[in-house]
Design a protein around this ligand. Structure first.
Ligand code: HEM
Length: 417
């Protein structure tokens, strides 16, 4: 644990820090408003992170990767118990980060390589597949009059899309979803040792699955993203090694669905809670792309993100030494009234919604942003068209306990048939 001076931090800083509940992200917005106002940066001893809540500061940190590196984004908050580390070591686990925690020049090299395969054209070409999948998925429960929009729609759909891109068979969806959740809870939650052991066994399976996928593509390159990478490698271009390719698959298999599942689940909940907003989309589907941006702003599925200080820096008047950890509250920055008028209000026609920080910024800007936008637009288009009369059932919303990946476990709805 590093002990740091609070420098010129305001006197409310400690009070705000004491009220911070980092693993409970169900409804922290009133707390965020207070933090932005009274202590825009404070130190959380529970996490050993400095917590930053204002738009302007979060944006500046994203834009300066030489001072604020992403090397800690995939690290757990606490050291792993020896028994957990043993499970990982004995299982040959070597999956750490495909891109998000990599640093230049490695990051620059790998990102340039993936950018060639993950082109806007390749993403756009997925639209008919996504639309057909959304139609079939909604069609399967359309006549029922009630549904859980998470388990019956948003849970599987993004996984089936990224799997299509990565050439993974549909029957592996449940396993990979479970393994990816283990990764999230291990790196962004606070699980006890017994629970960590279960997650560690899942991580071993997950990593070995990604290695096997790359090995099979090196033998027989198929028409998918890993196949493209394998073809380049087999042609003698070893710019990106086989371990790095497996890491990319490992990264995309988490980043590529968990996040979009949660974005859609948040959107269903929040649009139906503010039903006049839902009705605006039903009446005029041309408003849906703007609504997707507003959902990314209002309820970002990546709720907080991590950075590490590499050069002495001052944030919101507080001096941070080299080695300090920084937690960026994206869910707070996106509602900062200094950037977004009436930031706590949902408005699908907000003109500057696209200035949100839900996908980060700068060299690590989300690789999958065009895909996430496409999937969300198509699903909302199909849902508003097919089930315009959707209403929320009375229910309590629950969220997985972790700092960074936010989406309700269930969204129960009903409609007239
Ligand atoms: C709503 C959905 C999504 C959200 C909210 C989201 C959010 C983010 C955020 C906040 C970052 C970190 C940016 C930074 O550090 O500056 C990121 C990076 C990344 N995302 Fe996404 N993401 C989403 C969907 C996807 C999808 C569908 C993919 C599929 C490939 C993906 C792949 C990645 C990768 C590979 C990175 C690391 C990029 C790098 O370090 O160069 N994401 N995303």
């Amino acid at each position: 644990m590093t002990h740091l001076s609070t420098g010129g931090a305001c006197p409310y800083s400690q009070q705000v820090a004491d009220e911070f509940r980092p693993f409970d992200i169900a409804d922290p917005f009133a707390f965020y408003a207070r933090a932005r106002e009274e202590a825009p940066i404070f130190y959380s001893a529970e996490l050993d992170y400095w917590v930053v809540s204002r738009y302007e500061d979060v944006r500046a940190i994203f834009k300066d990767p030489a001072t604020f590196s992403s090397e800690n984004t995939q690290s757990s908050y606490k050291a792993r118990p020896a028994a957990v580390q043993r499970v990982l070591d004995e299982g040959g686990f070597q999956g750490h980060s495909g891109l998000s925690a990599r640093q230049p020049p490695d990051h620059t090299r790998i990102r340039a390589f993936v950018n060639k395969a993950f082109t806007p054209r390749r993403v756009a070409s997925l639209e008919p597949f996504i639309r057909d999948l959304a139609e079939r998925t909604i069609g399967a429960f359309e006549g029922d009059g009630e549904a859980d929009l998470v388990s019956q729609l948003s849970y599987d759909l993004p996984a089936l899309v990224i799997f299509k891109l990565l050439g993974v068979p549909d029957e592996d969806v449940p396993n990979v979803k479970e393994w990816a959740l283990s990764r999230v809870l291990m790196n962004f939650g606070d699980p006890g040792e017994e629970e960590q052991l279960g997650h560690a066994r899942n991580l071993v399976k997950y990593w070995n699955y990604c290695v096997a996928l790359i090995e099979s593509r090196l033998e027989t390159p198929t028409d998918d993203l890993p196949g493209d990478m394998a073809r380049v490698y087999n042609s003698g271009d070893h710019t990106v090694g086989t371990h790095e390719m497996a890491s990319l698959v490992y990264g995309m298999l988490t980043a590529g669905h968990e996040t979009t599942t949660n974005l859609l689940s948040n959107a269903f909940r929040d649009l139906l809670t503010h039903r006049e907003q839902w009705e605006r989309l039903v009446a005029d589907p041309a408003k849906i792309p703007g609504a997707v941006e507003e959902m990314l702003r209002y309820a970002p599925s990546v709720f907080t993100w991590k950075r590490k200080v590499k050069k002495p820096a001052t944030v919101a008047g507080v001096e941070l030494p080299v080695g300090a950890n920084v937690l960026l509250l994206l869910g707070s920055a996106n509602r900062d009234p200094a950037q977004f008028e009436r930031g706590d209000e949902l408005d699908v026609e907000r003109s500057n919604a696209r200035e949100h920080l839900a996908f980060g910024l700068g060299i690590h800007y989300c690789l999958g942003a065009p895909l996430a936008r496409l999937e969300s637009r198509v699903v909302l288009e199909e849902l508003t068209r097919r089930l315009p009369g959707l209403r929320l059932k009375a229910q309590d919303f629950t969220f997985a306990p972790n700092t960074s990946f936010r989406g309700p476990d269930q969204v129960l709805v009903q409609w007239e048939v």
